[in-house]
Design a protein around this ligand. Structure first.
Ligand SMILES: C[S@@+](CC[C@H](N)C(=O)[O-])C[C@H]1O[C@@H](n2cnc3c(N)ncnc32)[C@H](O)[C@@H]1O
Length: 300
């Protein structure tokens, strides 16, 4: 496969072709993190590409061989994030379950993209969806973020849950959540990890984590997560850019320095730019020459 552009110093490779063609040529288990902001199938024709894959069923069949290949090239401890919206999210979720297995589904992130505009005969759609899967449910990278302030987080929830309510040791005592009709929110190995760091305290028989971890939920609605339309008026504009903050969070939390990050629907190169800034290697692919040119000028 002929490369469109390469930066050997930073380990960046850009390909201009159909992503399926490129995927067939990549080695198995060679990519640590995949993020793809796929075609949402809006039927819109953007300056840069045509967002039309036919019916949702036809779209799924178009995605199937691509997602199968993405799973193949993903490292054994790799993660994949597929960014879509209400048009295809349920279809892609089922497809991902079929290919990765339902137990490798990790989360469904809701990314707020705009404030409500209030001119529809409906509740305005303000969010899109990022589906997060791993290749191996027992082996994946997840880096917590730490800040200045200590937070106190309960490690339990109400309701007995088979396999999650058994008695465990922490803070030098045995805690039997099942006896209180509650269950653990974390796996035993994570609990041991936290306990070894001295983060677990048992108060009134219930376990809490005291730490400076920054809690990150699956609703991403901070200002920097919103679409920034001003970016579409610059010389390096691309029609549908995602904010850097979305990629920064995913890349920091789900890969390590010098890992390889790939985006097979690269667009204007948001993933490329953030991956480079965070010292990751990068493989990018887009069928549009403009996308490749815009990305390369940003990288330069
Ligand atoms: C939603 S945009 C990605 C925008 C990107 N996240 C950004 O921040 O700029 C989707 C991109 O997928 C590209 N694309 C569509 N079909 C493709 C294919 N078969 N192979 C590679 N790229 C494709 C389009 O040209 C478009 O640039």
């Amino acid at each position: 496969m002929k490369r469109f552009w390469e930066d050997t110093v930073h380990g960046i490779k850009i390909y201009k072709c159909d992503n399926l063609e490129l995927l067939h040529t990549l080695r198995s288990n060679s990519v640590n993190l995949i993020y793809c902001d796929i075609l949402y199938n809006t039927g819109k024709k953007f300056d840069d590409y045509d967002d039309n894959l036919g019916s949702p069923e036809e779209a799924v069949e178009w995605y199937r061989p691509r997602i199968l290949e993405m799973r193949r090239v993903l490292a054994e401890n790799g993660s994949i994030f597929i960014h879509c919206n209400w048009r295809l999210d349920s279809y892609i979720r089922v497809l991902m379950d079929q290919i990765f297995g339902g137990d490798c589904f990790r989360n469904r992130i809701h990314r707020k993209h705009s404030e409500p505009r209030g001119f529809y005969s409906n509740f305005d759609s303000q969010m899109d969806v990022i589906l997060y899967y791993v290749k191996d449910k027992n082996n994946f990278v997840f880096n917590e973020l730490f800040g200045e302030r200590e937070s106190i987080v309960p490690l339990f929830e109400n309701g007995y849950l088979q396999g999650r309510s058994e008695a465990r040791c922490c803070d030098c005592q045995v805690v039997d959540l099942g006896a209180k009709n509650k269950h653990w929110l974390v796996s035993d190995s994570h609990l041991v990890d936290m306990d070894l760091k001295g983060e677990v305290r048992v108060i009134d028989g219930l376990p809490y984590r005291f730490s400076k971890v920054v809690p990150v939920g699956n609703i991403w609605d901070e200002d920097e997560m919103l679409d920034q339309y001003s970016r579409t008026n610059t010389a390096l504009a691309y029609d549908t850019p995602k904010p850097d903050a979305v990629l920064e969070r995913i890349i920091k939390m789900c890969s390590n320095e010098y890992d390889t990050v790939a985006d097979f629907f690269m667009g204007g190169g948001t993933t490329a730019v953030v991956a480079k800034r965070l010292n990751r290697k990068f493989i990018g692919c887009d069928i549009s020459e403009k996308a490749c040119v815009v990305t390369i000028s940003k990288l330069k």
